[in-house]
Design a protein around this ligand. Structure first.
Ligand code: ATP
Ligand code: MG
Length: 379
């Protein structure tokens, strides 16, 4: 490839660019996706997960999705983070996985957060999204959450989604400049995109209280939480989640306790501590929270231990639903390349689509549990 041109686009010297390739900081995708190169770590202003796209002799750059910081105590976090603006927009934070969609050679391509082309998400995107917006605005990247039960990464039944749906939450230029909230929502509506719900707009001084009410309502439906945004999208958004989702994460995390990161588990317990203090809850509500938190940690662990005691291994079943049979093999190879221990079931034709069950083996928790049951010490 023409290294000089690619380097120039990224604002790097050709030698620096070659070095990034050599050190595998910039990695070429494979198979039919060889036009894409992802950044496996941050390089200056380039976020990890950003993608360099080869377009014939030219190149294009697609910025990654920036990290969204979390409010742990709502009122002081909002007051300090949004001190320079008057009002915030609150959107639902949906629980699925993040994809960025672009059009390339007439096809929609979906990148995961890390900048891989996901063959499953790309196939789905081609069926779920209208291509018109890309035809009229080739400069835009559409960011959204893939949500629903036919989801190989984060399957959830809490939404009114039968299979998998794409909910747009951001439209950005390829350089990563986001459209203001209302402009984005109008554009998405004009082109018939499904989008995350706008749950309200609040004066900054009243936002914490309004958001608490929203969070309590979302929690009753086991929903994940909210993203609090500067309507102009100049300041970075903040996220905040429901107690129910913290507990759901813990239930899943402790079921496979040896696969889950300790920071991941610990952070969710800390969130519960601060929420319970900030909301100054009654004795009765506090008791409920304690019970829920404790159950979320212990019950799934007990189940896993007993399961292994009975001689079983631990796994998690997910499923995908595809229209083209070829997507199944592409997706299997993709997961294997990522190093996942998976078993694909045989495709079942339902209507005009194939459902494939995928078993993800949790070897680490299985082996750890087996060892302990056999007398191994925790060192
Ligand atoms: P991050 O690095 O952004 O913190 P994370 O993997 O820790 O990512 P989450 O805790 O799930 O992710 O929170 C951020 C993610 O929330 C975004 O990457 C996006 O996929 C998702 N999301 C869901 N709904 C929205 C929304 N309305 N606006 C922005 N992001 C949303
Ligand atoms: Mg998420």
């Amino acid at each position: 490839m023409d290294i000089k041109e690619a380097a120039e686009l990224l604002g790097l010297s050709p030698s620096r660019f070659s070095e990034l390739l050599e050190k595998k900081v910039l990695l070429q995708d494979w198979g039919e996706y060889e036009d894409f190169f992802r950044f496996s770590s941050n390089v200056g202003k380039i976020d990890e997960g950003s993608v360099l796209v080869k377009k014939g002799d030219a190149f294009e750059f697609v910025q990654g999705f920036p990290k969204i910081k979390r409010a742990i105590m709502l009122a002081p976090a909002i007051k300090s983070h949004f001190a320079d603006i008057d009002a915030v927009a609150v959107e639902e934070k949906m629980n699925g996985y993040n994809v960025r969609v672009i059009e390339h050679k007439g096809e929609l391509i979906a990148f995961t957060r890390s900048g891989h082309v996901c063959p499953y998400s790309s196939e789905r995107a081609n069926h779920l999204l209208e291509h018109d917006l890309f035809k009229d605005h080739p400069e835009y990247v559409i960011y959204g959450e893939m949500v629903g039960p036919d989801n190989p990464y984060v399957p959830k039944h809490i939404y009114e989604v039968d299979s998998l749906e794409f909910f747009a939450f951001d439209i950005r230029s390829k350089e990563g400049i986001p459209l203001p909230v209302h402009e984005r929502r109008e554009l998405a509506a004009d082109y018939g995109l499904t989008q995350v719900e706008l749950l309200g707009e609040f004066e900054v001084s009243e936002a914490a209280e309004g958001i608490r009410d929203i969070i309590l309502e979302l929690g009753k439906k086991e929903r994940e939480g909210v993203i609090i945004k500067d309507p102009a999208m100049v300041l970075q958004p903040l996220k905040y989640t429901t107690s129910e989702t913290n507990c759901a994460d813990l239930r899943h995390g402790f079921r496979f306790y040896n696969e889950s990161g300790k920071d991941y588990l610990f952070a969710r317990v800390v969130r519960e501590g601060f929420q319970s203090v900030e909301w100054n809850e009654s004795e009765e509500d506090l008791e409920k929270r304690c019970l829920m938190l404790g159950k979320s940690i212990l019950m799934p662990m007990r189940e896993s231990i007993m399961h292994v005691q009975e001689g079983e291994r631990l796994w998690e079943d997910v499923q995908i639903r595809v229209r083209e049979v070829s997507t199944i093999d592409k997706f299997r190879m993709y997961l294997e390349r990522l190093g996942l221990d998976i078993i694909f079931g045989s495709p079942e034709l339902i209507g005009d689509e194939y459902v494939v069950k995928i078993r993800k083996m949790n070897k680490s928790t299985t082996d750890k549990t087996l060892g302990i049951i056999e007398g191994q010490l925790w060192s």
